[in-house]
Structures are given as C-alpha cells and as structure tokens.
Design a protein around this ligand. Structure first.
Ligand code: ADP
Length: 386
C-alpha cells in the first residue's frame, strides 16, 4: 500500500523530502537521486517501511545507509516507527544508475578532459623522495575539502604509495578497498576527500613492479573508471623525480598544473628544478613551489634552519626563468612534530592539529590555491605517447 495522506499519519511528500537528505556515503549524492529508494509504505499506526536498493550485495556501507534512512524517516512528523529493507539493484537499475552518474551512454574517456570540466588539477611533484610531497598533498586536499570544495586524490606514487595510510584508510596494514559497481570503481572517502591509490589494489605490502606502459594503463584506468563525480580540485601525488608517471599524467591530463615540493637546501632545488622543468616539455603550467621542512622552532622560541634556507625561493626564481612564466613560492611549511604524528596516525595535521604551525602554513597555501582563477587550460603537448 503506498504512503497515504491521513490527518495524523506522515505524508509521502514529507517522507521523500526526508530521504533526499540521506546521502550515499560512496557516491555522495542523495539516495533519492540515485534511484536507490524503492517502495515506501505506511501502516495505519504510522509505521513506515522503506525499501532501499543497494548498488551491490556486499555494499560496505549498508549499515550506514540503513541507519541514516531510519533516522531521516523517524524524524518526519507522524512516524511512529521505521523498518528499512535493503535489497540489491537489478542489472537494469544498476545500468540506469551508471548512466545517471557518467552521463547518458555511460561515456568512457577521462571526464576531467571534457571541455566543460571545471576541475582544477594539481600534480604534486618533487625532485627526490622524503621531502614531504605526500604529506603536503593530503593536507592541501583535506584543507580544501574542509572549505566545502569537492576534492579527490589520485595516489600516482606507484612505487611508494602512502596516501591511504596518511588519510587513515589503512588500518593494521589493511587498506580499504574501493567498492565496484561492475566496471565502475567507487573511491573510498576520508575527511571528505575521495581517494584512489594503487595501494588499494595490491595485497599486503607487495611491491608494484610495473613498467611504463603498464603504469600508463593503470593511471588511465584510474582516471576513466573511478567515479569521482564533479570535482572542484583533483590532486595527483606523483612519484619523486621525472619518471614515466609524470609524462603519463601530462599526456592523460594536459590540464594538470604542477606543484613542486622542495626543502630549503640549495642542493635539493637543483633536483627539484628538473621535476618542475618537465613542464617545458609537456606544455603544462607550474602552479607554484612549496617549501617544506623550512625551519624548526626550538622550545625557547628560537628558529633553527635545520636544512639551510632559501631553497624554495631559489627554485621558484629558477623555474620562473626556465618556463618563462611566473612561478610563485606559495609557502614555507615548518618542521612540526604534529605533522609527522598526524601522518603516522592517518589524521592529516590540518584536521587533527589545526592550530599547529605546519597546519597554519598548509592552510594558507590551500587558501591561495582555492582562490586562483580557473580556466587555464593546458597547452598542447609537445610529446607523443611512447
Ligand atoms: P614524500 O612523499 O616526499 O616521500 P612524505 O610526505 O612521505 O614525503 O614525508 C616523509 C616523512 O617526513 C614522513 O614521515 C612525514 O611525516 C615527515 N614530514 C614531512 N613533512 C614534515 C614536516 N614539515 N614536519 C615534520 N615531519 C614531516
């Protein structure tokens, strides 16, 4: 029996309106828009029975969905109780959902390259490992998500993937795997950021021993098959150096702008310059330089330049000359135990210690990136796929 309008019982329109507030945790859209709401019935005593269609049988979010639905319906005037029945979508229903998500025809291809895509893409690069590139990536992503932007991360640091751990998606060595709806992959969400990593597809701590073409295909699949939805910002955490992945990113996402992370050491600037100068070959823009581990504040308040000073500014100046366009130094992040601890605990410092000096510097960089004007599409690539 469909929901009825009685003088005392809940109205169907109110029930549906309440369900529009239930957001699918993975797809991040109201369940009413996703075709997930089935029969909705109310008995004479005001008890509601709602059928919710899950995308797949083993949906890891079934408990959350069930309790969110029950809570939303329970708050509607006249409802005396709620029973939620979870069923699984039929093949046709799932197909309809995929079309709704990807646009009709389930278009393949990389959505970020669509002419109307407004997603800003930042490929975070560094000359060498250990300078804090991944820590900077996750913190900028979280800071921007906290401002209400829709943010995603592709962990493209294939050999040294660390983003799932830094985002709290790896617990006791086990990384959360994405849900799959047929060939569509739904990225896990942490701190409001959609995250995908090679680390989610390998078992245990196995090394990834892939060469260029395979890496290129894996990256292409991430960008094509992973459902990110409309994003304001996409970050790519590149491997250190100037390897195959950086070239693949440039080919697959010509709009991507490069952010270079370096330390204050002048010698580090030399290596980092090569990572940034790749933009010359690929026709990408360099959005800026971020200096990390800039200084250490000692307990007595004095400042110690543990890794020297000036490397970030030097690199920004050199890149400005190399790419013949202004490359700003976006900020200097101090050494801060809170940042390291946050990373170790899977809780980025901008979230877990927002008052810390490192969080402050990261927040300021995120603010600058968020307020940059959009619409700087990439230049044409001067290289061909190898
Ligand atoms: P990369 O991605 O460049 O290899 P990571 O982000 O993994 O570097 O950082 C390397 C290590 O340095 C991590 O243990 C991280 O917590 C630590 N680290 C990075 N930046 C800072 C900082 N500003 N203060 C303290 N520790 C940091």
């Amino acid at each position: 029996m469909p929901a009825r309008a009685t003088t005392t019982g809940p109205r169907e329109a109110d029930l549906r309106a309440a369900l529009a507030g239930v957001i699918d945790p993975e797809l991040r859209r109201p369940i009413t828009e996703l075709g997930m709401v089935g029969d909705l019935t109310v008995d004479d005593g005001g008890r509601v029975r709602a059928v919710v269609r899950l995308t797949i049988a083993g949906c890891p979010m079934r408990d959350t969905l069930s309790s969110d639905t029950a809570r939303a319906l329970g708050e509607v005037a006249g409802v005396t109780g709620v029973d939620v029945e979870l069923i699984v979508m039929s093949t046709e229903e799932r197909q309809a959902l995929k079309e709704r998500l990807k646009g009709s025809g389930g278009s393949r291809g990389i959505p970020f390259n669509a002419p109307d895509s407004l997603t800003r893409i930042y490929a975070v690069a560094s000359g060498k490992g250990g300078v804090g590139k991944s820590s900077v990536t996750v913190n900028l992503a979280c800071a921007m998500a906290a401002k209400g932007l829709r943010v995603g991360i592709v962990d493209a640091d294939v050999y040294g993937f660390s983003v799932p751990g830094l985002m709290g998606l790896t617990q006791q060595g086990i990384t959360q795997s994405p849900t799959r709806v047929d060939e569509m992959i739904l990225p896990p969400v942490a701190y409001g950021v959609k995250v995908i990593s090679i680390g989610m597809f390998v078992t245990g701590n196995q090394p990834v021993a892939w060469r260029g073409p395979m890496l290129h295909r894996a990256l292409e699949q991430f960008l094509t098959d992973v459902y990110f939805g409309d994003l304001d910002v996409l970050f790519l955490d590149l491997p250190p150096g100037t390897g195959d992945v950086a070239i693949s990113v440039a080919q697959l996402l010509p709009k991507a702008e490069i952010l270079v992370v370096t330390t204050p050491q002048a010698a580090a600037a030399d290596v980092a310059e090569r990572a940034g100068a790749i933009a010359l070959q690929t026709g990408q823009k360099v959005a800026g330089v971020i200096e990390n581990m800039s200084f250490l504040t000692l307990p007595d308040g004095s400042i110690m330049d543990l890794f020297g000073s000036g490397g970030g500014r030097l690199l920004a100046e050199r890149l400005t000359r190399t790419v013949n366009a202004p490359v700003p130094l976006l900020g200097q992040i101090p050494l801060d135990i809170a940042l390291r601890e946050g990373g170790d605990n899977g809780a980025p410092v901008v979230q877990c210690a927002p008052a810390s000096a490192a969080a402050d510097a990261l927040q300021e960089i995120a603010d600058q990136l968020a307020s940059r004007p959009r619409g700087l599409s990439g230049l044409k690539l001067g290289i061909t796929p190898g």
